[in-house]
Design a protein around this ligand. Structure first.
Ligand code: GDP
Ligand code: MG
Length: 435
């Protein structure tokens, strides 16, 4: 899926990878290269400019250069920008017993196939809903036959209209649906090779006749930017409720997806990912943004976590918290666990929405610095102090501070942080994959 785009972005990121320092001129070079990548993936120029402006705003002059893992920060910034552009949240596709779904688009875009996929999807979601499909494609002799065959194969009813006038036929299908109490009606329409006045007029009239709840544009993802012009023309005659981009399995251009979202401002509901009827994926912006960048998901973090933290260690700390009696010994263990997972910064990368907790890069950086100091302080405590922190009075604090080469207020800070550490455990439990 979007292989060309993904591999160019990855090549670009590989050049930055592992570099401790990224200069402003490195950034500028990266922006220039990104621009090429976006444009050659058929992302419209205007959209490309917007994306780059937003990245510039986020990265330039913000001391990216001095922070830990600048390459990761850059990838994350690109990811966030893409995700936002794709709509942030998935738009649910909901149907009920009053729904009528109309698909429209050019010839060969995948309307008939996609209509059948939608019917299959609805049936999986709501098996009790009675589904009726109808074709208003009288342009090609075999078009109606194609839908009839698909319906037959799936065991979903297809109505064969006697009229061959699209508007009349739509009226017939509506009546048939009511008389026979079908829950949902899916209407396939005729395409043309290009958006002609004739096609647009026909679509407009049919839409007025049936007043569909879902007006879905089916776009061939392989046509990239060209599909945008088509989308705009359809949008002018029918207020679209969303789009489905097809053929993302076979060389779809990233520009078709990115461009549609930013120019048409209607949600993409699904992606067609193959010729067979199950190959319809819900469009989840977060997931698509990740795929575009070729990034793994949370799973990557979990692999890391699993190999580096022994389950035993993890349980020990969890048990301590469950008992509600936390010793500094446990706390220290917890810190070293975090240390094994990698830096806080790289952990946060995998948790874009950490359930309300969000730390700035500054805070994370400070957190890491604190952690190193805390470990030093803890190593100059006695075993008894670590087990019963309540005994650490003023005199003991002075002794510990001197031993660790820090000030008393550092020790105080550690003890305060220790009290706060319940929050860290919550964080750890959030990071656990659902079993
Ligand atoms: P229509 O003219 O818009 O109704 O398009 P069709 O539904 O007849 O599809 C045209 C061609 O595209 C057919 O060969 C389909 O099998 C193929 N097709 C449709 N959707 C997809 C998809 O998501 N992936 C792939 N690889 N092929 C698709
Ligand atoms: Mg068709």
């Amino acid at each position: 899926m979007f292989e060309g785009f993904t591999s160019s972005i990855q090549a670009l990121m590989d050049r930055l990878k592992g570099r401790g320092i990224i200069t402003e001129s490195d950034l500028q070079e990266m922006f220039d290269k990104l621009r090429e990548v976006f444009l050659s993936a058929d992302v419209p120029l205007r959209v490309t400019k917007d994306i780059l402006a937003s990245l510039r705003h986020e990265l330039v002059g913000k001391a990216v250069i001095t922070r830990a893992r600048p390459d990761e920060q850059i990838v994350h910034a690109v990811y966030r920008t893409l995700k936002e552009l794709l709509g942030d949240e998935a738009t649910p596709f909901a149907v009920d017993t009053s729904s009528t779904i109309l698909v429209l688009g050019l010839q060969g875009a995948g309307k008939t196939t996609t209509l059948a996929k939608l019917a299959a999807y609805i049936r999986r979601q709501q098996p009790k809903l009675r589904i009726l499909m109808v074709s208003l494609d009288f342009q090609r002799p075999a078009a109606r036959e194609q839908l009839a065959q698909l319906g037959h194969r799936m065991g979903i009813d297809v109505y064969w209209t006697s009229s061959q006038d699209p508007v009349q036929a739509a009226l017939e299908a509506q009546q048939y649906r009511l008389q026979n109490r079908y829950g949902v009606l899916l209407i396939d329409t005729a395409g043309r090779l290009h958006t002609s006045d004739e096609l647009l007029k026909e679509i407009e009239q049919v839409t007025r006749q049936v007043n569909p709840t879902h007006r879905i544009l089916v776009l061939d993802g392989m046509t990239g930017q060209q599909s945008l012009a088509v989308a705009q023309q359809f949008q002018q005659v029918v207020d679209l409720t969303g789009a489905i981009i097809t053929k993302v399995d076979s060389g779809a251009r990233a520009g078709s997806v990115v461009g549609f979202c930013s120019v048409i401002k209607k949600p993409i509901l699904f992606l067609g990912t193959g010729e067979s009827l199950e190959e319809l994926d819900q469009f989840i912006p977060e997931r698509v943004a990740r795929r575009l960048l070729g990034d793994g998901d949370l799973a990557t973090l979990w692999e890391r976590a699993q190999t580096r933290i022994s389950a035993e260690e993890q349980e020990r700390v969890e048990r301590a918290f469950k008992r509600g009696v936390l010793t500094l010994e446990d706390f220290s263990q917890q810190l070293s666990m975090l240390n094994k997972l990698g830096s806080l910064t790289s952990l946060m990368k995998y948790m874009p929405s950490m359930g309300g907790i969000s730390l700035t890069a500054e805070q994370m950086h400070k957190g890491e610095h604190d952690m190193r100091r805390f470990r030093a302080i803890m190593s100059s405590m006695t075993q008894k102090e670590r087990l019963i922190p309540a005994i650490i009075n003023g005199t003991r604090r002075q002794r510990i501070a001197a031993g660790a080469g820090v000030t008393v207020s550092d020790v105080n800070r550690l003890l305060a942080a220790f009290e706060q550490s319940q929050k860290l455990v919550k964080l750890m439990s959030k990071m656990k994959p659902s079993r």
